[in-house]
Structure formats: structure tokens, C-alpha cells
Design a protein around this ligand. Structure first.
Ligand code: FE
Ligand code: ZN
Ligand code: FE
Length: 190
């Protein structure tokens, strides 16, 4: 796509975001599957529904301009999602895995926030007021999702931290030796 004006750059950014949203719609169900915490599952599920609406919003903005909502591959989001996938797949402890799912989801949200902030500003500068409002709405939702994840992290990560400390700082002696033994990951010991 040839870009020689702010208008064209704006359209390119919208198409990039449109593809990013579709990648997220595909990725979220896998993250929900791998999550242990019901609260985390619920939060991701809720954001999945919000995300579908966000994709519709961009489609509307693009079609209102008389353009086709053909996506431009968002390589950045591809990388963010692939990295999260690799990380989450390597973790067996459910609490630590939830912490990693949150870490990965927050990177996704921040990447989106950067894109929507830019697109919203372009829309304002180009006098596309209705589009600017729609993009601001999505930006607010991404911020809200990020804050929700931060709040969940404060509980879930604490549990993950305590899960590993338990073995080291148990002030009550373990009732049986088998209680601590199975926690050891044989792969890591070798
Ligand atoms: Fe989004
Ligand atoms: Zn991109
Ligand atoms: Fe999002």
C-alpha cells in the first residue's frame, strides 16, 4: 500500500488494527482454555466479546470512508501473540501460568493502546469526528481491560509467589514428606 498522505497513513493504521483485532479474537480462546483462575477466564471471555465489537467498529469506519475493510497483516501483534504462546506453553504450574497469561495479555493491550491512540489522533486531525469517537471508545475499553488485568495480577501473582515460597518458609512442619515431594519438577532437577 502506497502512503503519501496522513489520510493514507490513517487508513493503513486502521487496517493494521483491524487485522490485530482478528488475531486477538483467534488467540483469546486458547488463553482462556489454559487459564486456571475462573476470574481470569471470565475477564478474558468478557474482553473477547468486547474485542469482536471493536473489530466491527473499525469495519464501520473503513466502510464509511468507502474503502474495503481488507486487513493489512499486523506483524507486531503476530509477534506479541506468538511470544505469549511460547511462554505460556512452557509453564506447568497453573498459578505461574496464569501470571504469564496476564503478562502476555497486558502486552497485547498496551500494543493496542498505542495503535488506537495514534489512530484516534489522526482521526481528530483529519476532521473525522465520528471515527475519532469510535476509536476513543475502543481505546477506553483497552485501558479498562488492562486495569482489570493489573487488578487480577495483584491477587494471582501473589498466590503464585506464595506457591513457591511455601516450600522454603513453611513455619509448620509438613505433615508428610510426600506433600512437598511431588512439587519438584523432575525436568528442572536434572
Ligand atoms: Fe482490541
Ligand atoms: Zn501492526
Ligand atoms: Fe484488547
Amino acid at each position: 500500500m502506497e502512503i503519501n498522505s496522513l489520510q493514507e497513513l490513517y487508513v493503513e493504521q486502521l487496517k493494521d488494527l483491524y487485522d490485530a483485532e482478528h488475531q486477538i479474537i483467534k488467540a483469546l480462546p486458547k488463553m482462556i482454555d489454559k487459564a486456571e483462575s475462573e476470574e481470569l477466564k471470565d475477564a478474558l471471555n468478557e474482553h473477547l466479546e468486547v474485542t469482536k465489537e471493536q473489530a466491527n467498529r473499525i469495519e464501520k469506519i473503513i466502510s464509511d470512508m468507502g474503502d474495503k475493510a481488507k486487513a493489512e497483516k499486523c506483524k507486531g501483534m503476530q509477534g506479541v501473540i506468538a511470544e505469549g504462546d511460547d511462554l505460556i506453553g512452557d509453564i506447568e504450574d497453573p498459578g505461574v501460568r496464569d501470571a504469564a497469561i496476564i503478562a502476555s495479555a497486558q502486552r497485547v493491550e498496551h500494543y493496542e493502546m498505542a495503535g488506537y491512540g495514534t489512530a484516534r489522533t489522526y482521526a481528530n486531525q483529519l476532521g473525522e469526528d465520528e471515527a475519532a469517537d469510535l476509536l476513543q471508545q475502543t481505546l477506553d475499553e483497552e485501558k479498562e481491560a488492562d486495569e482489570k488485568l493489573t487488578q487480577l495480577a495483584s491477587e494471582i501473582n501473589q498466590e503464585a509467589a506464595e506457591g513457591t515460597q511455601e516450600e522454603v518458609t513453611a513455619d509448620v512442619p509438613p505433615r508428610t514428606t510426600s506433600r512437598t515431594a511431588p512439587r519438584k519438577n523432575p525436568k528442572r532437577v536434572a
